[in-house]
Design a protein around this ligand. Sequence first.
Ligand SMILES: Cc1cc2nc3c(=O)[nH]c(=O)nc-3n(C[C@H](O)[C@H](O)[C@H](O)COP(=O)(O)O)c2cc1C
Length: 245
Amino acid sequence: MILYFSGTGNSLYAAKKLLDEDERLISIADLIKDNEYDIKLNDNEKLGIIFPVYFYTLPSIVSEFFEKVNIKNADYVYSVITCGGGTAGASAVLKKILDKKGIKLSYFKELLMPDNSMLFYQIKVGDIVKERISQADEKLKAIKEDIDQKKTTLIGDSTISSALFEPMYRLNSKTKKFYAEDTCIGCGLCAKNCPQQVIEIKEGRPVWKKETCCKCSSCINRCPAKAIQYTKKTRKRNRYVNPYV
Ligand SMILES: Cc1cc2nc3c(=O)[nH]c(=O)nc-3n(C[C@H](O)[C@H](O)[C@H](O)COP(=O)(O)O)c2cc1C
């Protein structure tokens, strides 16, 4: 079984590449929506946990899920965290949460993918996206071989780098800077795609009805009219969605 979270498709792309033919691929956001926190694995079934890094730690939606979840029969648990630069202590944070549940994280790899964090700075698009994904494909092949053989890696315990960025993440989790410009076509895709049901369409326009969100950036990156902004600064910034999923 693979449990995944993905805002703009990179982590879903990785999950699909690592999935065995008859294996279950389950969205963490869907499980939360359905209030489903009981995970039962079959004998010898691997558990993969795949998601992006945010502020060198876990997306809040992912940490909140794993703090609540009950996992039965976990034998071999591995994680792949996708990133635009590096994951720092994120694997240690996940390891710590799982440890508390008596679940051992046996294997971890970070996976460099195109950066989607256009809320904060200009991101690169074009050839670099395809280059990065083809480099990731090579790494995913090696990871697949490792996990098929249930290999283990050493996973550090230091969560210091993640803790340092935690206040910045909390500060940036507010939704009040999101707005839609007049170019909004009222298609409702932002609301439909939001993994936390934060957006509601009112009089043909998105409204961010919760004060905070995990900041997956799906709404802004996936808007077909490029009408969603996060302060005026994002008007001139590129958007990113994984082109293959
Ligand atoms: C709010 C936010 C914070 C991010 N923080 C980091 C980070 O700390 N380090 C990093 O390398 N990439 C960071 N990224 C980039 C994403 O982790 C990366 O692009 C990831 O592959 C996106 O995965 P997804 O397409 O499955 O959502 C951040 C992206 C967002 C939206």
